[in-house]
Ligand binder design. Structure first.
Ligand code: B12
Length: 322
């Protein structure tokens, strides 16, 4: 944190809460920014942020806000600061460093072998904020952080540095513990909403790109990101979404005559190369056929199928094709 402290927006992103939550904590519980130079906006110091982190952890663990605020205000935050550990350059409140009974022992959140935070590694502050909001099932903050990221970084930047790392971390934790299905569902629904809200170019429905998940494939979010990213690159597309059976895909290709078709598979089981072979044999064969996603075995794809590996690569490929 720089010497001048953080703005409310920056603190909200770091904590993964809405700015309105910070305002409430300030007005109702006197947990506001302490640095104030006349004529300038107030700034949060490192100590203010440590107080808020403590407040956040206590309320997340079920301590009523009023009691949590009283505890935080009477606590020597300098002690809390010195008991913080530093991981990946980011300060993290130590698990029992606050000494509140509600956070001791059984309430440390590690019963499922998981913990309060997602395994995000060296991630951006916005990704950490999103991860925290996700773990609290705080839908308003998840939506706000995701929408802010798309607004400030564009779809590709937001996907790569904020949304995707959080999705991957949720998947990782789920694979390890079998938990977090509720987090996965909440977050994917909200990310889907935010990507869907990105303005589309006008074009009377004449999209020249068709995007679809393979038969039985439910992981549509990467295609939703692609559709939104193409819109920002001014490319029209049609997104058929999850679980598109081959006859439906062929019918859509016949009826819309796209220049490019991209099929997403996230899992070996849904990656039948026949879906691409059939399209390449049709009279209405698109100029470009692409297979994307970790499900495909590249060695089994029919000749001439393109295989973009990242969102950015896919945008460039499809933009060039149309
Ligand atoms: C959200 C999610 C869901 C949501 C999907 C909602 C939606 N509308 O998309 C729901 C709840 C429906 C779901 C269902 C299931 N899921 Co799921 N899910 C996920 C999760 C958390 C994120 C998916 C995602 O969007 N990934 C995109 C990014 C985050 O993935 P990535 O690996 O970082 O991406 C790499 C590339 O793909 C590429 N990339 C990323 N984005 C883009 C975009 C483009 C255009 C391109 C070209 C490349 C590209 O770059 C990355 C680097 O290589 C993943 C975890 C994960 N790591 O993917 C599990 C995960 C994919 N799911 C998994 C499983 C097991 C399932 C289920 C079978 C669970 C079940 N028992 O029902 C079902 C599958 C049903 C089906 N037949 O499809 C496993 C798959 C394991 C495997 N490969 O064997 C994963 C990996 C979780 C895990 N670790 O266990 N899931």
């Amino acid at each position: 944190m720089n010497d001048e402290g953080l703005t409310a927006g920056a603190v909200a992103r770091r904590l993964g809460v809405a700015v309105t939550t910070l305002r409430t904590w300030h007005q109702r519980y006197d947990l506001g920014p302490s640095s104030h130079e006349p004529g300038k906006h107030r700034r949060y110091t490192a100590e203010d942020v440590a107080r808020l982190e403590l407040m956040q952890r206590l309320t997340a663990d079920g301590v009523p806000s009023g009691e949590a605020a009283r505890w935080v205000r009477t606590r020597n935050i300098a002690t809390a600061l010195t008991t913080r550990s530093h991981a990946n350059g980011h300060a993290v409140t130590s698990r029992n460093g606050n000494g509140h009974p509600a956070l001791d022992g059984a309430r440390d959140g590690t019963r499922d072998g998981g913990g309060h935070n997602l395994p995000l590694g060296p991630a951006s502050p916005a990704a950490r904020g999103l991860g925290r909001a996700a773990m609290r099932l705080d839908a308003e903050s998840v939506r706000q952080i995701a929408a802010d990221a798309v607004r400030h970084l564009g779809v590709v930047g937001a996907w790569d540095s904020v949304l995707r790392p959080v999705l991957a971390a949720i998947g990782e934790r789920h694979a390890r513990t079998g938990g977090l299905i509720e987090v996965e569902h909440l977050v994917s629904g909200l990310i889907s909403d935010v990507l869907g809200a990105v303005a589309r170019p006008h074009g009377n429905g004449r999209g020249r790109v068709l995007l679809a998940c393979t038969d039985e494939e439910q992981h549509s979010l990467p295609l939703e990101a692609l559709s939104a990213a193409l819109a920002q690159a001014n490319v029209l597309c049609r997104l058929l979404g999850a679980r598109v059976p081959l006859p439906a895909l062929r019918a859509a290709v016949r009826r819309t005559g796209p220049a490019a078709v991209l099929l997403w598979s996230h899992h070996r089981r849904t990656a039948d190369p026949e879906q691409l072979t059939a399209l390449s044999g049709d009279r209405t064969r698109p100029l470009l056929l692409a297979a994307a996603g970790p499900g495909w075995d590249l060695a089994t794809l029919p000749p001439g199928v393109a295989t973009p590996r990242t969102l950015r690569e896919a945008v460039e490929l499809l933009r060039a094709a149309v």
